[in-house]
Design a binder for this molecule. Structure first.
Ligand code: ADP
Ligand code: XUL
Length: 534
């Protein structure tokens, strides 16, 4: 039985474009929040959308590790200005963009354990990284290493059977393998390797934090059934990798109390517990409280779909991760890199940068868009593996331009959801009368976009009344981790309101979109075939 207390919980989210924090009271009301936006608040690191696309190395997308450290310094300053009482924070957890990795230099853990409370973190950790630019989830430069890992265990299906995914460019194992071969000295002087989530956690724990199991499922290195590293895959990536990674731990694990740095510098409670940090997707699932029978769609920098799985399916397009909510089940995940940034580009081209105008254009075109279909990829997409813009008219001919701005806007939004439906079906998900969709992420406040999703999926769309679901989910996780096993997950979150219905599909939706999903499949088959012959 829970008792109401004065305790508060801090949840963090280090996403692609910003670092966010929320402080929740014991009833899960948000009492403080603060954000550090990388491009605007830390211009000295010259990121665009929070990352750096290396001009001379196509596909290489990194972020300066020290920028994230400096963002933590700034965030705490901002929370202080908001009036946060640090002595009341009972537990902290956090999330970060998945797959990206951080390389700690020899001696870095010692620096972390002996931080001087009168200095900023970034002043003390400036020499703590053996690789200064962290590979991020947007990187697509490791196709060679994907093949290496697949060949190590007998092929893509075998790798998917063991780790939940065939070789993926952004997955950490392939990124580590690239660094181990192309930057041998840096790899040798790497004491530990963290994921971005466990790196952020380490800054609060004052020592290198372990990796969360759900996060470890996004590395192409862990056996998702035994929940242990696969030695053959570790060996294929680099020497002594097990030592550098440490063993993964289950979600919600209590890791210990907060680093003395925060107690002395900011007056945190010495009893404040650090709960293992996880991936943004996993924290969002906790934030929106995904349950059996629902399909969740996150519309953030990337668009991501989550499907609840009782068993780990073997799929080649998509991923199977351990489930953060129910340790015996799994989550099917589909990630589309060109989410909000592609929508922003078309919004800027067609509606002067205004979402309002964008929505008017979208609403002024009929469902089905007169038979026009568009695929828009600012950067190399994950599924399908395509880049650039592709427009097709009703007759199926590829055209360079649509006849109007409103057709372009609808082609983008319909195309994005048609793709999601096609790949979710390939995962074995059946859209039927019981399907319910839970929308989250930055674009889930846009009802015109959600209406297209309801129509294409022919299912009602709900929104969980949660803004910043990854940060809020992390704060829930902080409390869950603190109170489990004495209180159960269900007990802890029982006071939260149910998701709200926002859109229902029009009666003609199925008739219009089923054939379009088939047309989309044919288009993608032709385009990917053409790409192979280039
Ligand atoms: P992240 O994945 O980085 O956590 P968020 O989930 O916060 O990102 O989403 C950020 C994105 O939300 C922005 O890139 C922006 O394009 C999008 N967004 C914000 N408001 C709207 C809106 N009204 N309509 C559509 N998209 C929006
Ligand atoms: C998921 C993925 C992205 C990042 C974005 O596999 O790569 O959703 O987590 O933050």
């Amino acid at each position: 039985m829970l008792s109401i207390s004065e305790s508060t919980y801090l949840g963090l989210d280090l996403s692609t474009q910003q670092l966010k924090a929320v402080v929740l009271d014991d009833k899960f009301e948000v009492i403080h929040e603060a954000t550090v936006h990388f491009d605007n608040d830390l211009p000295e690191f010259r990121t665009h959308g929070g990352v750096i696309h290396e001009k001379t190395n196509p596909g290489v997308v990194t972020a300066p590790t020290l920028m994230w450290v400096k963002a933590v310094d700034m965030l705490i300053d901002r929370l202080t200005v908001c009036g946060v009482d640090y002595s009341k924070i009972a537990a902290i957890s956090g999330a970060a963009q998945q797959h990206g990795s951080v390389y700690w230099n020899n001696g870095a853990e010692n620096v972390l354990q002996n931080l001087n409370p009168s200095l900023f973190l970034h002043q003390q950790l400036a020499c703590s990284f053996s690789v200064n630019q962290s590979p991020t989830w947007m990187d697509s430069s490791t196709s060679k290493q994907c093949k290496l890992l697949e060949d190590t265990v007998g092929g893509p299906i075998e790798l998917a059977e063991i780790t939940g995914s065939r070789g993926y460019e952004r997955f950490t194992g392939t990124q580590i393998a690239k660094i181990a071969t192309t930057r041998q000295e840096a790899y040798k002087s790497t004491e530990r390797i963290s994921l971005i989530s466990s790196f952020l956690c380490s800054l609060f724990l004052g020592k290198i934090a372990p990796i969360d199991l759900v996060e470890a499922s996004g590395m192409n290195l862990m056996d998702i059934k035994t929940k242990k590293w696969n030695q053959q895959l570790l060996d294929a990536c680099g020497a002594n990798l097990e030592q550098k990674l440490g063993q993964p731990v289950p979600s919600n694990t209590k890791l210990g109390t907060i680093s003395s740095y925060y107690i002395e510098r900011w007056n945190f409670d010495p009893k404040c517990q650090i709960i293992v940090f996880t991936g943004d997707n996993s924290a969002s699932l906790v934030g929106i409280r995904l349950n059996k029978g629902w399909i969740a769609v996150s519309l953030g920098t990337s668009d991501t779909i989550f499907l609840w799985l009782n068993e780990p399916h073997v799929v080649l397009d998509g991923h199977v991760f351990c489930n953060p909510v129910d340790k015996d089940s799994y989550i099917g995940l589909l990630c589309f890199k060109n989410g909000s940034l592609a929508r922003e580009r078309i919004r800027n081209n067609c509606s002067e940068g205004s979402w309002e105008l964008f929505n008017q254009l979208l609403d002024s075109t009929p469902r089905g868009n007169f038979g026009n279909i568009g695929l828009y990829y600012n950067v190399q997409e994950i599924i399908p593996f395509l880049c650039g813009d592709y427009r097709f008219n009703k007759a199926g001919d590829r055209i360079m331009k649509f006849t109007s701005l409103e057709v372009e806007v609808r082609a983008l939004i319909e195309g994005q959801f048609i793709a999601k439906r096609a790949y979710a079906e390939d995962f074995g998900f059946i859209f039927d009368k019981d399907t319910k969709i839970l929308a989250t992420g930055g674009a889930s406040c846009n009802k015109a976009i959600l209406q297209v999703m309801a129509d294409v999926f022919n299912a009602p769309v709900y929104v969980a009344d949660v803004i910043n679901s990854a940060a809020v989910g992390s704060a829930y996780q902080a409390k869950i981790g603190l109170l489990e096993p004495e209180s159960t997950f269900e007990e802890i979150i029982s006071s939260l309101p149910a998701p709200k219905l926002v859109c229902t599909p029009y009666p003609d939706a199925m008739e219009i979109y089923e054939p379009m999903v088939q047309r989309y499949r044919n288009i993608v088959a032709t385009l990917t075939e053409e790409r192979k012959t280039l």
